[in-house]
Design a protein around this ligand. Structure first.
Ligand SMILES: NC(=O)c1ccc[n+]([C@@H]2O[C@H](COP(=O)([O-])OP(=O)(O)OC[C@H]3O[C@@H](n4cnc5c(N)ncnc54)[C@H](O)[C@@H]3O)[C@@H](O)[C@H]2O)c1
Length: 316
């Protein structure tokens, strides 16, 4: 399959693209390099440094590199950054998605896999959450992911042969086996930050609230391994069907508290992590864990790898 990956030079794309190439796909990347990782691309990959909001550059790209499907990863990806820069977030995540959909429409590309997020659920009352749980975005990031899903649904209605799968990723963690710790650390998220803090006695981890209504008082999240996330994208590409827009959770289905992550990292690195306790983070959920029944049914997907196995490999 000929696949265009937007945002293909970020954390997820850096792992997804070699996998797609390895499985025989012809891959083109569009990335503005706004927040990319400096990782060498497989030789066969064509890279365009384009902002997805640039309609004419996107049209030129589709004209130069005909594709069968798009995997749309490009986004402002951190809820905190989106609260600081809400206009830029709406511009990239929503206007950018609209521009992409228009360019796809003009180029006759009808298959899309969109990287959405569990953030669309906000702070659910109960967990696990399934795809029918109401959207309750609590940050511009979450709001734009939900709005982008709605734009995709409109495309599905207005273009009969258009099909899409929205993958609502939970917290993606880990790095390819054999990747360096630097590459693993490039994702500035909890687990790599905890590894850094364990290695550097001068640094610490800020725990935003220890009084959440969870078993140990710290927030509970669902960490899905990056290889499983990438496999989810690849399977989604095979089930995109004309006239259907489907939405599927991609998580491990297992809740892990922040304290449990820190303990696992301490065990793997063999050092204690110093922590500071601050107030609860704005718009944060106490606990969010995926119901992954639909991923099993629709994609034939299930998680195969635990983030903690990876951690032991990466830190040993
Ligand atoms: N990593 C996670 O845990 C997670 C969880 C839920 C959803 N997601 C979603 O998955 C996708 C990929 O996430 P990631 O962790 O790889 O994020 P990332 O920030 O590492 O990568 C995003 C990529 O998009 C590019 N980009 C940003 N704005 C652009 C623009 N206007 N035009 C072209 N390229 C642009 C960046 O340069 C970067 O390479 C995102 O849409 C994100 O919202 C990720």
């Amino acid at each position: 399959m000929r696949i265009l990956v937007t945002g293909g030079r970020g954390y997820l794309g850096t792992h997804l693209v070699p996998r797609l190439v390895g499985n025989g796909h012809d891959v083109t990347i569009v990335d503005s390099l706004r927040r990319s990782l400096d990782v060498e691309l497989p030789a066969s990959v064509e890279f365009y440094q384009i902002d997805i909001r640039d309609a004419s550059a996107m049209a030129e790209c589709f004209a130069a590199r005909p594709v069968d499907a798009v995997v749309h990863l490009a986004a402002m990806t951190f809820p905190g950054e989106s609260i600081e820069q809400p206009d830029e977030c709406r511009s990239i995540n929503l206007e950018g998605t609209r521009t992409l959909l228009e360019a796809m429409h003009t180029a006759g590309v009808r298959h899309l896999v969109f990287a959405s997020s569990c953030a669309v659920y906000g702070s659910p009352e109960n967990y696990p959450v399934d795809e029918n749980s109401p959207g309750n975005p609590e940050s511009p990031y979450a709001e734009t992911k939900l709005a982008a899903e709605a734009e995709i649904a409109v495309s599905g209605k207005s273009t009969p042969d258009f099909g899409a799968v929205n993958l609502r990723f939970f917290n993606i963690a880990g790095g390819n086996s054999g990747a360096s710790i630097e590459r693993f650390s490039a994702a500035t998220r909890l687990i790599p930050a905890a590894v850094r803090a364990a290695r550097d006695p001068g640094s610490s981890i800020l725990i935003r609230g220890t009084d959440w209504p969870t078993p140990d008082g710290t927030p509970v999240r669902d960490y899905v391994h990056i290889e499983d996330a990438c496999r989810g994208v690849e399977l989604a590409l095979t089930v995109v069907s004309p006239g259907q827009v489907q939405t599927v959770n991609i998580g491990s289905g297992i809740g892990t508290s922040l304290r449990e992550v820190l303990l696992a990292v301490e065990g793997a690195v063999g050092q204690t992590i110093s922590t500071k306790v601050g107030p609860r983070g704005e718009g944060e959920a106490a606990a969010i864990v995926a119901d992954i029944s639909r991923a099993r049914e629709v994609l034939g997907w299930q998680p195969n790898k635990l983030w903690s196995e990876e951690l032991i490999q990466q830190t040993s």
